[in-house]
Design a protein around this ligand. Structure first.
Ligand SMILES: NC(=O)c1ccc[n+]([C@@H]2O[C@H](COP(=O)([O-])OP(=O)(O)OC[C@H]3O[C@@H](n4cnc5c(N)ncnc54)[C@H](O)[C@@H]3O)[C@@H](O)[C@H]2O)c1
Length: 282
């Protein structure tokens, strides 16, 4: 059955490939991008985010089946935090009421394997507190120190985004409304975002040390699009709050199996009544 999706960052790379795949499958896609699209809006500013949400709601007639919040920047600048974290969160929150009207609503954000790289903790905290003024003040200071300090902005923005998804997904706003909310975390994807970086042997060597991808190497945008499309499809009924690494093994190489150590010492009991309630799958 044909569904209606909003896809941000639809003018290039992963967003373009996702929009194309969903359209080929017979769905309606409302593309959002600062460059060109059905809705042209700048997700780095509060005003631009409002324009994006209003534009999508107008085009969709107030009801959406899925949102792919994918637009992003990878520059050592404060704008990267504004777009990757605050732009993504504002879009998802702004479009959530339209998702609630769907029989089988789904939402996904594009995070990154960069979630696994060193971050600036106060910046991540400010993002998670929803304090954009503080986050951008920290980011501007880091940016001013030069590209090396600014390099922490991208991982910080993506770590904050994945943590936001994980915190929000099981709440009454998302799971409680029957909306699976998740993220994908790609390794290196051959898109304009990294074209310069992977064009030289020196760049590829430098990346290999930080982003090991033993399975199949670099991704094509279409391979990430396939996962995004599944996460917003009706088939995805129970994946909740996950950051799904689609990274050729980067996560498992970098983190090994220490992700299981969180409850080694104490049994876990769920005390939040909202987290005990269930919503039938749609
Ligand atoms: N390419 C990679 O290796 C890689 C790896 C991990 C994660 N990602 C993430 O994937 C997502 C898509 O990146 P991509 O590789 O397709 O890059 P891309 O540069 O090809 O596409 C990004 C799109 O986002 C749009 N965009 C940027 N700033 C915007 C703004 N302020 N408002 C609205 N739209 C804006 C751009 O115009 C562009 O069309 C990003 O969130 C990126 O961080 C990419």
């Amino acid at each position: 059955m044909s569904r209606t999706y909003a896809v941000t960052g639809s003018a290039s790379g992963i967003g373009q490939a996702t929009a194309a795949l969903l359209r080929r499958r017979g769905h309606r896609v409302i593309g959002v991008d600062v460059r060109s699209g059905d809705v042209v809006a700048d997700l780095s500013t509060p005003h631009g985010r409002e324009e994006a949400v209003e534009g999508v709601l107008d085009e969709a007639g107030g009801r959406l089946d899925g949102v792919v919040a994918n637009a992003g920047l990878a520059l050592p600048t404060a704008a990267t935090v504004a777009v990757n974290h605050f732009g993504t969160v504002a879009l998802l929150e702004g479009l959530r009421p339209a998702l609630v009207c769907s029989r089988a609503p789904r939402a996904v954000a594009t995070s990154s394997m960069a979630t696994l790289l060193p971050v600036h903790a106060p910046l991540v905290d400010a993002c998670l507190a929803g304090d954009e003024d503080l986050a951008l003040a920290i980011a501007v200071e880091l940016e001013a120190r030069g590209p090396e300090a600014g390099a922490v902005l991208y991982p910080s923005s993506k770590r904050a985004l994945s943590r936001w998804v994980r915190r929000e997904a099981p709440t009454p706003r998302w799971a409680g409304c029957g909306i699976p909310l998740n993220a994908v975390a790609p390794g290196i994807v051959r898109t304009p975002m990294v074209a310069d970086l992977i064009a030289t042997e020196q760049g590829r060597d430098a990346l290999a040390g930080v982003v090991p991808m033993p399975l199949h190497g670099y991704l094509e945008a279409e391979q990430v699009a396939a996962l995004l499309a599944w996460l917003v499809s009706e088939e995805n009924t129970h994946v909740c709050g996950q950051t799904v690494y689609v990274d050729g093994g980067c996560d498992v190489v970098l983190r090994g199996d220490d992700v299981w150590s969180w409850n080694d010492s104490a049994p876990v009991a769920v005390t939040d009544p909202a987290a005990r309630e269930t919503v039938p799958a749609g």
